[in-house]
Design a protein around this ligand. Structure first.
Ligand code: NAD
Ligand code: TYD
Length: 357
């Protein structure tokens, strides 16, 4: 049975993955309304969504997932039948220097959203309902040189970020087990693509190379991540939302493992060519720096359950995806400049009377 949502509440839709998901979902689902609830932290950028201004099926609400009365009102007023929950503090390095906001948003905020969703679902005002928690492979901890994370791998988070995501995942599980709430949970590997905030590895590299700034590589650069194009992730989320059985958990991955240093070299070389620099010139910017505390060594996802049950697989090859991503950043230098200068905050202020949090 395919679940066909009529009114989606997307949280954190002004961020990297949320904005890509809204673009992708709205292009495929013309009759579904989308309400985007985002409190616009430093990572929320309405410029990611300007193409949707004036679309009658799209509505942006500036607000916090931890605001129970606002969430309750939106669920009821908009007759929401599916919540897709992206809103989070998402950067591991920030969670090391300031873990408290990670617990507040990722654990307590998610609990408020779950609780208001439970009341709304139990009120019977919508015929069917789904709550989809967007999570990360980082909840499983770190792998050695072999093996893959499956959905059965025990949760063993190592950073305050991944611990807070695991906390939310466990609450989602509990709401399904205790109340029978129709929840879904996806756990994805590292994403890359357009609208990625340049504090994360790939956009940081592109930005620093263009500006001839050092490229910080943590530790020995041999940590491994499994990279997935954000648009493939968006399609996977839509697939799970529509086709997965309530209560299920799905891993999402690109089957695309890379050592960090190999990604750094690849992006350097692509940009040597794009920027007309000498072969090897950008690699001279590489700077090995002190390692991240508790730095997970390797992530690798077994996404075969998603392929076998629901037929999803990535469409992008990494060669195509990374080349397109580099080209997107080169073509959107204004977006990057506004993000790095903080000017995108002024755009938010013009829309919300200066009331940015
Ligand atoms: P992001 O940091 O780019 O965006 C997060 C968004 O959430 C921002 O728009 C921010 O304003 C909003 N937000 C934060 N706190 C909020 C609150 N209290 N109320 C309302 N909105 C709030 O993050 P992202 O990279 O797009 O990640 C989205 C989700 O996907 C997160 O839950 C993250 O854990 C998960 N995830 C990310 C990756 C990745 O590679 N980026 C991989 C797997 C899973
Ligand atoms: P990141 O993009 O922060 O994602 P995550 O920590 O969630 O995997 O980092 C990806 C990898 O790149 C991770 O192993 C840390 C490393 N890294 C660097 O070596 N230098 C950097 O400047 C950053 C931001 C990350």
């Amino acid at each position: 049975m395919i679940f066909k949502p009529a009114a989606l509440l997307v949280t954190g839709g002004a961020g990297f993955i949320g904005s890509n998901f809204i673009h992708s979902f709205m292009a495929n689902n013309h009759r579904c309304t989308v309400t985007n609830l985002d409190c616009l932290t430093y990572a929320g950028n309405l410029k990611n969504l300007t193409a949707l201004e004036g679309n009658p099926n799209y509505r942006f609400v500036k607000g916090d997932i931890g605001d129970a009365s606002l969430v309750a009102r939106l669920l009821a007023e908009q007759k929401i039948d599916a919540v897709v929950h992206f809103a989070a503090e998402s950067h591991v390095d920030r969670s090391i220097t300031g873990p408290e906001i990670f617990v507040r948003t990722n654990v307590l905020g998610s609990q408020v959203l779950l609780e208001e969703s439970r009341k709304h679902w139990q009120s019977g005002s919508v015929a069917d309902f789904r709550f989809l928690q967007i999570s990360t492979d980082e909840v499983y901890g770190s792998l050695g040189t072999t093996g893959y994370f499956t959905e059965g791998t025990p949760l063993a988070p190592n950073s305050p970020y991944s611990a807070s995501k695991a906390g939310a995942d466990l609450l989602v599980r509990a709401y399904h087990e205790t109340f029978g709430m129709p929840t879904l949970n996806t756990r994805c590997s590292n994403n890359y693509g357009p609208y990625h905030f340049p504090e994360k590895l790939i956009p940081l590299l592109i930005h620093n190379i263009i500006n001839k700034k050092p490229l910080p590589v943590y530790g020995d650069g041999l940590n491994i991540r499994d990279w997935l194009h954000v648009r493939d992730h968006a399609v996977a989320i839509e697939t799970v939302l529509k086709k997965a059985a309530p209560g299920s958990v799905y891993n999402i991955g690109g089957n695309n493992e890379w050592k960090n240093i190999d990604i750094v070299n690849l992006v350097c070389d692509l940009l040597d060519e794009r920027l007309g620099r000498a072969c090897g010139e950008n690699r001279t910017l590489i700077s090995f720096v002190k390692d991240r505390p508790g730095h997970d060594r390797r992530y690798a996802i077994d996404a075969s359950r998603l392929k076998d049950d629901l037929g999803w697989g990535p469409a992008y090859t990494f060669e195509q995806g990374i080349a397109e991503t580099v080209d997107w950043y080169l073509a959107n230098q204004e977006w990057v400049a506004e993000v790095t200068s903080g000017a995108y905050r002024e755009y938010v202020a013009t829309q919300y009377g200066g009331g940015v949090s």
